[in-house]
Write a protein that binds this ligand. Structure first.
Ligand code: HEM
Length: 321
């Protein structure tokens, strides 16, 4: 090698990433600790802190996506000069990256090629790191806490709905609002999408979606449709930011995968995976907030939304004396 600058760049980039991963973990812990308290007071600054800190995570993810450009100034031939000296080290050993995924709410059974994660040979996580990740997975994840928070939404308490003007025939078991919404959704579907109606029932009434319950899915949809109402501004920002985090992490996975293909083609990874093939697989599967993002499937146009009763509108508006 003429000089060691590429190897130095490789080391520095990895260390810079790990530092940012650490900051992300601090922010995720702060947010989780707020939700763990079980009650988020609308009059406190809890909700704005949650959104503010998650937006910081978004900014960090935007930054670390950019850093791939710097590493890509190294060519495949430059990398080959020192690749063998790295063996058996791999990005697969990044405990912090796994902790970020686990704290967000990605579960082992949702991982692409989950068997790769179960061994602790050289190039993988150590036994102790692996146990720590498993432990975090079993604790309150951000996703689990968000689901509980959505389930606690009080907007369907009977008291708010007495002056509601229903537009469709009552359907036993469903709140009248949802019967009306379901009708409007059905009308909005084109002929080749009619099957979506049974999906709607499944997601919002029978089973939920993924590991998000029907009640939580209903709240996520309600907040999304009526996001213009003052009390929903921050909850909507929160849901939107979670989708943004998923999207930016997946952008990173994509940039990393493309870079890996440029650097080592389709050779196997030093961490014992198939390499680029494995990374491409994670791209389609590793999302923490997919269900929240895919609420978009069930939206209707603003003008078709059921009119909310006044009692509820008052409850969700700022009441400045
Ligand atoms: C020349 C540059 C790089 C190459 C060729 C490369 C290659 C790979 C490969 C092949 C894998 C799959 C696991 C394996 O079998 O080893 C992997 C995983 C990973 N790499 Fe890299 N990598 C590079 C740079 C980086 C950088 C700069 C980071 C920054 C933190 C990073 C972080 C990771 C992480 C976190 C994983 C695990 C991803 C997952 O399981 O979803 N890599 N890398």
């Amino acid at each position: 090698m003429e000089d060691g600058n590429d190897e130095m760049l490789f080391i520095i980039i990895h260390q810079a990433y790990e530092l940012w991963f650490k900051q992300i973990l601090f922010e995720l812990d702060l947010v989780r600790n707020i939700f763990i308290r079980g009650m988020i007071n609308d009059n406190s600054d809890d909700m704005s802190r949650v959104v503010h800190r998650l937006k910081r995570v978004v900014k960090i993810l935007e930054l670390i996506n950019q850093q791939v450009n710097v590493l890509e100034t190294m060519t495949a031939l430059d990398f080959l000069e020192f690749r063998n000296h790295l063996l058996p080290a791999s990005g697969f050993q990044s405990k912090q990256f796994r902790l970020i995924e686990a704290k967000l709410g990605l579960k082992m059974e949702q991982r692409y090629k989950a068997e790769y994660y179960k061994h602790t040979r050289r190039g993988s996580l150590s036994e102790a790191d692996s146990q720590e990740v498993n432990q975090v997975e079993s604790e309150s994840t951000l996703k689990g806490l968000i689901v509980q928070w959505l389930e606690r939404m009080p907007f369907f308490d009977d008291g708010y709905w007495q002056d509601y003007k229903q537009s469709s025939a009552a359907d036993d078991g469903k709140h009248q609002f949802w019967t009306d919404y379901r009708d409007a959704y059905q009308t909005s579907l084109s002929n080749n999408e009619k099957g979506r109606l049974s999906e709607f029932d499944k997601v919002f009434f029978d089973e939920g979606r993924g590991d998000v319950s029907p009640a939580a899915m209903r709240s996520a949809l309600f907040i999304t449709i009526y996001r213009n109402l003052p009390i929903f501004h921050l909850p909507f920002e929160l849901l939107n930011t979670l989708s943004e985090i998923d999207e930016l992490l997946s952008n990173w996975r994509y940039r990393h995968f493309m870079m890996v293909r440029r650097m080592i083609g389709i050779r196997v990874g030093t961490g014992g995976t198939s390499g680029a093939g494995y990374l491409e697989g994670t791209l389609s599967q590793h999302y923490a907030f997919r269900e929240i993002t895919e609420v978009a499937t069930f939206l209707i146009e603003r003008s078709k939304r059921p009119q909310l009763p006044n009692a509820l509108k008052e409850k969700v508006s700022f009441n400045v004396p």
